[in-house]
Design a protein. Structure first.
Lengths: 281, 279
């Protein structure tokens, strides 16, 4: 077998697979969102937006992302820079920080349920400290704020690792000489971080933020485990339309909506954190 | 130049800074590990202890919750389905991904950039949503509620990783080794099998474990596509409403502990893989 055909032959299975299970379903979901009983219509979107739950789900999802992602970014940067300055135990610390990477969002929700539940560890701690007399219902339908905080904490706990790993890999690419030069000229650690690390880390920051924001819009199982239906989010509503309400077309419209805001934010961050070709390492 | 003097002439301050650094790292480690520990405490306590208040912060090593979980109707099957789907996902994503990774690392050809774009594009989409339209397609083709049907959807999640990771693995092996084998009379396939494969195998195994973990942890598509043959995640999600606390926590532990082992086995490759896959 010779040169020219071989690469194509090797790529064929993966390409065919992605066409059938990635491109085609997306065409399908768009088609389903814009049709009903075989005809073109915008009714699915009207049904979707006129549901009283829709504004709430959009607000919850966006608010959750707006709270969680910046905190994660700061924590991930903190973890990455601290680990790089550690004299000993660097790989152990990195491994521990990376553990949540392998943990399912559902499991993360259950982990934080163990803490926030009425008979959970937070209530036990508070009552041992004498702060409360009897267990507080943190996750009841009347305590939307504590549900939100619990979900945000679980998300921060679970998904900071993915940003941290990307940033650590990115920091490894920054040439040491830059830091040495800065040190010679007397730049403080903080200055070095602001003037060298952050600008040179921009490509990694960009991927980390984009990936994380998309994942934040997909939040689903953590909320299901902690809030049930008390904190409706976009993916949960999509699931509802598909199963509880048995309306595939509106579910498809929801899917397309999530897709649209994901792409919108991807383009936004690609533009805002643009890295000029000549500035890449 | 005051900062220079500061950083050189203040060993005291530097020492304090070091302590702060170590303390923060330890604190962050506790932040990661403590919640997992608390889940394990619950899983290793009896059902009565789990629902009791106040709670103990140490496990009583009572296996009541775990044995209740294992014997609960549908759990054993769900566990088996999870393993089956994850294994299929692993085989599919490496089987399709590794050849593509090899082609990308060894050849220059028209269409290469298009393919890379296609692979990278998958990262900008919420992939689990694919399960919705596929549910209908699967009913038509008889793939609905089967392990292979779900594995195909999970493969769309794992395949881009497999392609990019194997691409960088093969790129790291000098092409000269292969060329030397050809001049000594090996065919392309022989050279690959005898020279490249042994060198790339640990990395390929690591990305296989990675694909397994992705599928093992996935919730949304699993819940959408399976009814009778639910995976563990789908089972736990759909019984959230009615199942008792100790079942949830034992189930959570059953999800977490294999995942911890997977992450541990590939720890050497963890950073290289994520760093590469997200370039």
């Amino acid at each position: 077998m010779h040169g020219k055909a071989l690469p194509y032959l090797l790529l064929t299975p993966a390409t065919l697979f992605l066409c059938v299970f990635f491109l085609y379903p997306f065409a399908l979901v768009a088609f389903e969102a814009f049709t009903r009983d075989g005809g073109f219509t915008l009714d699915n979107f009207r049904t979707m937006t006129s549901s009283w739950k829709f504004p709430v789900t959009v607000r919850n999802t966006l608010l959750l992302s707006a709270v969680v992602v910046p905190i994660q970014l700061v924590m991930a940067l903190l973890m990455a820079t601290m680990v790089s300055r550690l004299a000993a135990g660097r790989s152990a610390a990195l491994y521990i920080f990376a553990i949540p990477l392998g943990i399912s969002d559902l499991a993360a929700g259950l982990i934080w349920l163990a803490i926030f539940d009425q008979s959970g560890f937070l209530n036990t701690l508070l009552s041992n400290l004498g702060v409360i007399d009897r267990p507080v219902m943190f996750l009841g339908y009347q305590s939307k704020l504590t549900i939100f905080i619990a979900v945000a904490l679980a998300e921060i706990w679970r998904a900071t690792a993915i940003m941290m790993v990307i940033l650590v890999a990115g920091m490894g690419l920054i040439p040491r000489e830059y830091y040495e030069a800065a040190e010679v000229f007397g730049a403080s650690p903080w200055k070095r971080f602001i003037k060298i690390t952050l600008p040179l880390l921009r490509p990694s920051l960009q991927t980390a933020i984009i990936l994380r924001v998309i994942l934040a819009f997909e939040v689903f199982a953590v909320v299901a485990a902690l809030g049930g239906t008390n904190l409706p989010v976009l993916m949960g509503e999509t699931y509802n339309w598909q199963f509880t309400l048995q309306d595939r077309n509106v579910a498809a419209a929801m899917a397309l909506f999530i897709l649209a805001i994901s792409i919108g934010f991807t383009l936004f961050f690609l533009r805002v954190l643009r890295v000029p070709k000549e500035a890449r390492i | 130049m005051s900062t220079v003097e500061l950083s050189i002439a203040a060993p005291e301050a530097r020492k304090a800074g070091n302590w702060l650094l170590v303390a923060t790292v330890i604190l962050l480690c506790i932040w990661v590990l403590l919640p997992i520990y608390l889940l394990i405490v619950n899983a290793l306590s009896s059902p009565e202890e789990v629902t009791a208040f106040p709670k103990r912060f140490f496990p009583s090593f009572d296996f009541g919750s775990l044995s209740f979980f294992i014997n609960f109707a549908g759990v054993a099957r769900a566990l088996w389905n999870s393993v089956l789907v994850a294994t299929l996902t692993m085989l599919l994503s490496i089987g399709f991904g590794a050849p593509a990774g090899y082609a990308l690392s060894r050849f220059e050809f028209p269409g290469k950039e298009t393919f890379r774009f296609l692979v990278l594009m998958t990262r900008a989409f919420p992939l689990p949503l694919l399960a919705l339209p596929l549910a209908v397609m699967f009913i038509r083709t008889g793939l609905d509620d089967t392990a292979i049907g779900l594995a195909l959807v999970h493969t769309t999640l794992a395949l881009p990783f497999a392609v990019l990771i194997t691409f960088s693995l093969f790129s790291g092996i000098p092409v000269e080794l292969e060329e030397a084998a050809w001049t000594l009379g090996c065919t392309r396939l022989q050279a690959f099998r005898k020279i490249i494969l042994p060198l790339a195998l640990p990395g390929i195994a690591a990305s296989a474990v990675f694909a397994f973990t992705i599928s093992w942890n996935e919730v949304f598509a699993a819940a959408v596509l399976t009814i009778e043959n639910r995976t563990l995640t789908a089972f736990l999600l759909q019984s959230l409403g009615e199942s008792p606390l100790y079942l949830k926590f034992a189930g959570g532990a059953a999800l977490v502990i294999p995942a911890l082992i997977f992450i541990f086995t590939v720890r050497k490759y963890l950073f290289a893989m994520w760093g590469i896959a997200n370039r």
